[in-house]
Design a protein around this ligand. Structure first.
Ligand code: NAD
Length: 320
C-alpha cells in the first residue's frame, strides 16, 4: 500500500510514518517544516520505501503529482496549537481549512480515493454532553482552531459524497508521547527548568482533560481505516479517563524532585477556547477492537522521560 502523509515531520505524523513503514507501506512524506523537525525523520529517511517532499500545502495544487498512485492520504499537517488563534486570525483558516481543500483537490485530480484526517475534540466546543459521543449536538464553536477543523471535516464529507471518496475523520484529545513538542507537559517542563521554585499556570489548574499516548493514537487511526465501514466515518480517539491539569503538575514535579509554588492565572479556562472539561466517548472506535494501552499517567511519564532524553526540545521555542 502507498501512503502520502502530510505533516510527516511533526509529532504525530512522524510516528505514523514510522509505523506505516514498519508495516511494509511505501510512504511519501510531505512537510513545509514550519513546526516539523528533520530529526524526527532520521529513521524514515534511511528506508528505501520512504520519500520526503518539502512542500507548502497552500501551494499544493500545482504539485498534485506527488499524490499520483497513492492509496491513502493521511492528512495531519495543520496549525496544531489551539491557543494563539486570536493573535493570528487567518492562520487556522489557511493552515487547517484551505490546506485541507488543497489536499482534497490534489486527491481528486489524481484519483486518490481515501483520506484519513486528524481533527480534534475541540470541535465540540463546550458541549454539555460528557463523555461526548461523535453525534453529540454541535454547540457554538469556541476556538478558531475548532471552527477551522469543523470546516475541513465538512469539505471532506462533501468530497466523499461528490467524488466517491472514502473519509475517516479522527477527533483526537490532546496527544502526548515520543516527539511531543507542544502542550502543557513541555510548557511546564520549560518553565520549571528556568525556575524550579515557581510555576505559572494558565487558568485555575482544575481544567479536566483527557490525554492519549501517540502510539495508541496511531493504532486508532489505522484501526478506523482498516476496520471502519462506510464512506464517511468519524471516530473520537481518547482515553476512558481524564485528569486535572493539577494532577499532571504533581507527576511532573515529582519526576523533577521539585516543589514549586503554583501561581494560577485564574478563571476556569487557560486561554480563549480552552474547554474546561474534555472527555470523549470512544465506544465507536472501541467497537472495532481498538483500546489504548497506556493510561494518562503512563503517557505523561513517557513524555517526561522522552523530553529528558532529548533536552534540545526543551530549549525555548524557536531556539532549537
Ligand atoms: N498533538 C495533539 O495533541 C493534537 C490533538 C488534536 C488534533 N491534533 C491534530 O493532529 C495533527 C498533527 O498534530 P501534531 O501535534 O503532530 O502537530 P505538529 O505541529 O507537530 O505537526 C504538524 C506538521 O505539519 C507541518 N505543516 C503545517 N502546516 C503545513 C503546510 N501548510 N504545508 C506543509 N506542512 C505543514 C508542520 O511543519 C509539522 O511538521 C494536526 O492536524 C493537529 O491539528 C493534534
Amino acid at each position: 500500500m502507498k501512503a502520502l502523509v502530510t505533516g510527516v515531520a511533526g509529532f504525530i505524523g512522524s510516528n505514523l510514518a514510522d509505523t506505516l513503514l514498519a508495516r511494509g507501506w511505501t510512504v511519501t512524506g510531505l512537510d513545509n517544516f514550519s513546526t516539523g523537525r528533520r530529526r524526527f525523520l532520521e529513521g524514515a529517511l534511511q528506508q528505501p520505501q520512504f520519500r520526503l517532499v518539502e512542500a507548502e500545502l497552500l501551494d499544493l495544487v500545482p504539485h498534485h503529482e506527488h499524490f499520483r498512485g497513492v492509496d491513502v492520504v493521511f492528512h495531519l499537517a495543520a496549525n496544531a496549537d489551539v491557543r494563539f488563534g486570536p493573535d493570528h486570525p487567518r492562520r487556522d483558516l489557511e493552515q487547517n481549512t484551505i490546506a485541507t481543500a488543497n489536499v482534497l483537490e490534489a486527491m481528486r485530480i489524481e484519483g486518490v480515493k481515501t483520506i484519513c484526517f486528524s481533527s480534534t475534540g475541540s470541535v465540540y466546543g463546550e458541549t454539555e454532553v460528557v463523555p461526548t459521543p461523535e453525534d453529540a449536538p454541535f454547540p457554538v464553536q469556541t476556538s478558531l482552531y475548532g471552527a477551522s477543523k469543523v470546516a475541513a471535516e465538512g469539505l471532506i464529507a462533501a468530497y466523499c459524497e461528490a467524488f466517491g471518496m472514502r473519509g475517516c475523520v479522527y477527533r483526537f484529545v490532546s496527544v502526548l508521547g515520543e516527539r511531543y513538542t507542544h502542550g502543557h507537559v513541555i510548557d511546564f517542563l520549560r518553565k520549571l527548568r528556568q525556575d524550579p521554585t515557581r510555576l505559572p499556570v494558565l487558568g485555575n489548574g482544575r481544567q479536566r482533560k483527557s490525554y492519549l499516548y501517540v502510539g495508541d493514537c496511531v493504532e486508532g487511526v489505522l484501526t478506523g481505516l482498516e476496520r471502519g465501514s462506510g464512506r464517511y466515518n468519524v471516530f473520537n480517539l481518547g482515553t476512558d479517563e481524564y485528569c486535572e491539569v493539577n494532577d499532571s503538575i504533581r507527576v511532573i514535579s515529582e519526576h523533577l524532585g521539585v516543589q514549586p509554588v503554583i501561581e494560577y492565572g485564574g478563571g476556569d479556562r487557560g486561554w480563549v477556547g480552552d474547554n474546561p472539561f474534555i472527555y470523549l466517548d470512544c465506544s465507536r472506535i472501541r467497537a472495532l477492537g481498538w483500546r489504548p494501552r497506556l493510561t494518562i499517567a503512563e503517557g505523561v511519564q513517557r513524555t517526561i522521560e522522552y523530553l529528558h532524553a532529548n533536552p534540545a526540545l526543551l530549549e525555548p521555542e524557536g531556539a532549537q
